[in-house]
Design a protein around this ligand. Structure first.
Ligand SMILES: NC(=O)c1ccc[n+]([C@@H]2O[C@H](COP(=O)([O-])OP(=O)(O)OC[C@H]3O[C@@H](n4cnc5c(N)ncnc54)[C@H](O)[C@@H]3O)[C@@H](O)[C@H]2O)c1
Length: 371
């Protein structure tokens, strides 16, 4: 199969659909990979690195879209990219169509086969394996960011997250102990902070309790404990998710007023609306603002800050699926794996993902009928 990797054109996106090591792997399976010149330059992968991995470099996106049977990207296609997609061409990338009628229409009009990373499910329908690496990164990054903004000259209260001998460490409160919350807790514990995780799922609390074995307090999340824990915390990390719904506003403005001046909140769940009443989405250009004396970090695409790690982690998750698509063709690959088939969002002008169709008020056509 001919696989195409265009340069990402969304503002401030430095990741790339395939890194050279993934190209090498696909090449070793007998596939041809075409990469737009400069596609990896944002994270220091040169055209030469790609050529050494077996890719052919093309001068622009139009040439890549023209040549490839399958396009592998990171971000959803921008309008000019949608126009370059062809009937029967496979598009494998993040799409997030449920709130994007324009892109959905663009993909419908193209006739392409669009498979979204974010709706591919894990074994037995559990988990979202192509979203998980981004939650892991956001979780780990949240502690780094929290520690940074605790510094006095960054607007913080001037506490070192680890403390020093004789001076206590920071209190880090993590609300939601799922993928992001777990990885945040690992980092915070590693730095020597005093860590509390609030969770609501009993099986998850058991797992966290067993894993941290006293190195983090794992407590059932309710209004009373949130009020008390938020007041005591130096850093609060919001990492809750209720699948298919906006994040619940668990920390109110009134609670925020009880926090110390210069304490920090990191609202990872901001991409689902945020779990703090006072959160509003920020960008890497201007990541923080202060309200009620509390520094707010609410960047909706945190992994973008560590584009190199993000691109590599995403590639490790995506590559087995990409190889499957390239080796078998999309119909066979999806027929063989119903969890992979859950990734199919648009096929030959039909919407093949139920929730996407529902949220955009479009007709839903099951995969087997659309294929
Ligand atoms: N900002 C970013 O750049 C970025 C990056 C990746 C993920 N995210 C977001 O981070 C959030 C968390 O993602 P995840 O993959 O960790 O989800 P997850 O499903 O693995 O974890 C969410 C956890 O929240 C818990 N929860 C639900 N309600 C709760 C409550 N009231 N109190 C305490 N815990 C509660 C659930 O039991 C679950 O364990 C999502 O909104 C996701 O979209 C943001």
């Amino acid at each position: 199969m001919r696989i195409g990797v265009p340069k990402e054109i969304k503002t401030l996106e430095h990741r790339v659909g395939l890194v050279p090591s993934s190209v090498k792997e696909l090449h070793s399976h007998g596939h041809e990979v075409y990469v737009e010149t400069g596609a990896g330059q944002g994270i220091n992968f040169t055209d030469q690195d790609y050529e050494e991995a077996g890719a052919k470099i093309l001068p622009n996106a139009a040439a890549v879209f023209d040549t490839a049977d399958m396009i592998i990207k990171v971000k959803e296609p921008q309008p000019e990219e949608c126009k370059m997609l062809r009937e029967d061409q496979i598009l494998f990338t993040y799409l997030h169509l449920a709130a994007d009628a324009e892109q959905t229409q663009g993909l419908i009009d193209s006739g392409c086969v669009a498979i979204a990373y974010e709706t591919v499910t894990g074994p037995n329908g559990h988990g979202l394996p192509l979203l998980e690496p981004m939650s892991e990164i956001a979780g780990r990054l949240s502690v780094q960011v929290g520690a940074f903004y605790l510094q006095k000259h960054m607007g913080g209260l001037g506490r070192l997250i680890s403390g020093v001998p004789g001076v206590r460490p920071a209190d880090v409160l993590i609300i939601g102990g799922g993928v992001a919350g777990f990885h945040a807790a690992q980092m915070a514990v590693g730095l020597g902070a005093n860590v509390t995780i609030l969770e609501r799922s009993n099986p998850r609390m058991r797992f966290l309790d067993e894993y941290f074995h006293g190195r983090a307090n794992v407590i059932y999340s309710n209004l009373d404990i949130i009020e008390r824990a938020v007041k005591a915390a130096d850093v609060v990390i919001g990492a809750v998710l209720i699948p298919g719904a906006s994040a619940p506003k668990l920390v109110t403005r009134k609670m925020l007023k009880t926090m110390k001046n210069g304490s920090v909140i990191v609202d990872i769940a901001i991409d689902q609306g945020g779990c703090f009443e006072t959160s509003r989405a920020t960008t890497h250009d201007e990541p923080v603002y202060t309200e009620e004396g509390v520094v707010h970090y609410c960047v909706a695409n945190m992994p973008g800050a560590v584009a190199l790690t993000s691109a590599l982690a995403l590639n490790h998750s995506v590559l087995p699926y990409a190889i499957d698509l390239a080796n078998k063709g999309w119909k066979e690959a999806l027929k063989d794996n119903s969890n992979f088939a859950n990734g199919l969002n648009i096929c030959h002008g039909k919407v093949t993902h139920k929730e996407v169709a529902q949220s955009l008020n479009l007709d839903y056509v099951p995969f087997k009928q659309a294929a």
